[in-house]
Design a protein around this ligand. Structure first.
Ligand code: C2E
Ligand code: MG
Ligand code: MG
Length: 599
């Protein structure tokens, strides 16, 4: 019987989807093959799968080769007819006598079809012998029962948590199992390459899901899985390890130098295919590893991490880097452990950096700056942990902690007769909190402080994340009498257009404009313009990062109102701050002047 090309294509697709071809032997299948051979009292039995041009044996007993040509193979006939086939003597059959089995001395053949629930015949469970043999109907019935057991085993494996229902590809669990098999079967010093493909960036997936429901992801994954499978061919495995993420291994003995051009070429084709159908930027991460010492989940994680990082590469392909990974691990650790820090009584503290009036040289205020001493990592700079915290759900709790501690300190200063303006940094996320203003009022009331003694510093970029909502919160803060400062002024992109509508009292020129000002004429004219412009708009100007007397003199002449920087004092512990205010400031300045004169 001949079957149509279309039916054969569907049959092959069903076979390939099961990902059985060229996989390792399995005890569960070998057991059934042994049983079949024993029932027939024969020395040869096999589970034979019919590929486009070959019979490949998933399990074999008494057979040397792991495949034979499909042409003139009795199992191929079982597939074509979909029924059991018994040949008492191959040599008496005008067709099969010329096949590979007869050539190897096999005379007797009995095979039962392996049929899927969808009706596709994948191959046969067969027994063979070197003698002509008679077959009873009971024996054929037994063989058919065993063939059904083989299929039950195949389908069970396919559905029992090893295969992704959408792509039909083996999933992460199967990746882990195959990795272990590979470790058992291959030399431990073998160098291999794990590859992770991200179909799109998390942002692209997120925004597509918002406008197009889950059908977008389904289509993307289905099309991509078919394409990757077609590129790899039947002998290679690809795994569906995340929502829109696939993993595979480069063929053994492939070096990075050889494999990168292949990946580049495939990615270029995939990207142009994806572009016409989806808004998706695929990226690839490659993790080289030595088989013996490798931990499967670590290999997968490092390749995934490289694939995420690949978005920053022009080629969209990244090779796992230990230092990038260490930085990523550290960020994750900081984020994970900052919650403990907020609850511990000893890890967080505030230091205070004085703000000095340019005209009188007096200390008029201080900026509260957060410090974290991690129990194992030691001091972690806010430049490192604040950006991590600000993107997490901890930003609000952090500002609450800082407000509480800063206003407690302000109360203590007031009790000691010190009238200072205290500045506290707040994050973009705070401006979105519906009860942020109420929270600020709560802490002011708790320490019985007037709103005017507090200044909140907000960076331009924080405001620009959600301009309308930020603006509303800032108006509400200004309305209760708390002062507002725009921090790091000049580093955002909205400076001038936005500045005029801001209810800010103070503008703090970012230290990148101030440090090195003494030798830079262009910076000098820029800073002069910034000062006069912001003052014209009614703001008080503070220069951050004043490190030397020349800069102080320049700023004073340019009309800057206040300054903050190492020239006056580094951020100080509360006791140091008190000492500095009580005369230390003048002494420190005089000492520095003397040192410069002597130099
Ligand atoms: P910032 O708010 O612009 O704070 C000024 C930073 O410049 C501080 O760094 C300060 O130590 C440093 N600095 C002051 N004078 C000089 C100087 O003359 N030369 C140089 N090179 N640097 C100077 P720090 O304390 O490391 O803080 C870094 C950033 O972390 C702060 O920048 C702020 O954005 C953030 N940050 C610190 N504490 C908090 C906090 O409690 N909450 C929030 N949301 N952010 C904070
Ligand atoms: Mg600040
Ligand atoms: Mg700043």
């Amino acid at each position: 019987m001949t079957i149509s090309c279309q039916t054969e294509a569907a049959r092959l697709d069903a076979l390939y989807k099961l990902q059985l071809l060229d996989t390792r032997p399995s005890k569960a299948f070998d057991r059934i093959t042994r049983l079949a051979a024993r029932i027939f009292g024969l020395e040869i039995a096999a589970i034979s799968l019919t590929d486009s041009d070959r019979q490949w044996f998933k399990s074999r007993l008494g057979l040397e080769q792991n495949s034979i040509p499909r042409l003139k193979a009795p199992c191929a006939e079982v597939v074509d007819t979909g029924g059991a086939l018994v040949i008492a003597d191959l040599l008496e059959d005008h067709y099969f006598r010329h096949g590979a089995l007869a050539a190897s001395g096999v005379r007797y053949y009995a095979g039962a079809p392996l049929i899927t629930a969808d009706g596709h015949c994948l191959g046969a469970l067969c027994v063979m012998g070197y003698e002509r043999r008679h077959t009873t109907p009971e024996e054929v019935a037994c063989l058919s029962d065993l063939a059904e057991m083989v299929m039950a085993q195949i389908e069970l494996r396919h559905t029992a948590g090893r295969v992704d229902p959408l792509s039909g590809l083996p999933n992460r669990s199967q990746f882990i199992e195959d990795f272990q098999d590979m470790k058992n079967d291959c030399p431990p010093d073998e160098l291999r390459l794990a590859v992770v493909v991200n179909l799109a960036t998390p942002e692209q997936l997120g925004s597509a899901a918002r406008v197009r429901s889950s059908s977008y992801l389904d289509e993307l994954v289905t099309e991509a899985s078919q394409w990757i499978r077609s590129q790899l061919g039947p002998g290679r495995q690809v795994y569906h390890v995340g929502d829109a993420q696939f993993a595979l291994f480069a063929p053994p003995c492939t070096t990075l130098e050889e494999y990168l051009p292949v990946l580049k070429e495939k990615l270029a084709r995939a990207s142009s295919l994806a572009k016409s159908r989806h808004i998706a930027t695929p990226t690839i991460g490659v993790a080289p590893f030595v088989l013996g010492g490798a931990d499967c989940l670590d290999v997968l994680r490092t390749a995934q991490s490289a694939a995420h990082g690949a978005i920053f590469q022009s080629s969209r392909i990244a090779i796992y880097s230990r230092s990038d990974d260490d930085a990523c691990q550290r960020r994750f650790r900081l984020l994970n452990e900052f919650g403990d820090a907020l609850e511990s009584s000893s890890q967080l503290r505030l230091v205070f950096q004085p703000r000095v009036d340019m005209e009188s040289g007096a200390c008029v205020g201080a900026e509260a700056l957060l410090r974290w001493t991690h129990p194992e990592l030691g001091n972690v700079s806010p430049g490192e942990f604040i950006p991590v915290i600000e993107r997490s759900g901890l930003a609000q709790a952090t500002t609450a902690w800082v407000l509480n501690a800063a206003l407690r300190q302000q109360r203590a200063w007031r009790n000691a007769g010190m009238q200072l303006q205290l500045a506290v940094n707040v994050s973009a996320a705070n401006l979105l909190e519906p009860d942020f203003v109420a929270q600020v009022e709560h802490y002011l009331n708790m320490y019985d402080l007037p709103p005017s003694c507090l200044e909140l510093e907000i960076t331009e970029s924080a405001i620009m994340e959600h301009p309308e909502r930020a603006h509303a919160t800032l108006q509400a803060i200004a309305a209760i009498g708390v002062r507002l400062a725009i921090d790091d002024f000049g580093t955002g992109y909205s400076s001038l257009s936005y500045l005029q509508s801001m209810p800010a009292d103070v503008v703090k020129i970012d230290q990148s404009f101030i440090i090195g000002l003494e030798d830079d004429v262009r910076k000098q004219s820029l800073v002069s313009t910034m000062i006069s412009l912001t003052q014209d708009l009614g703001h008080r100007v503070v220069a951050e990062g004043v490190e030397c007397g020349e800069v102080q003199t320049f700023l004073k002449l340019a009309g800057c109102d206040e300054a903050q920087g190492y020239l006056f004092a580094r951020p100080l512990e509360p006791a140091g701050f008190l000492a500095w205010c009580g005369g230390g400031a003048a002494e420190a300045q005089a000492g520095r002047r003397l040192l410069r004169a002597l130099a």
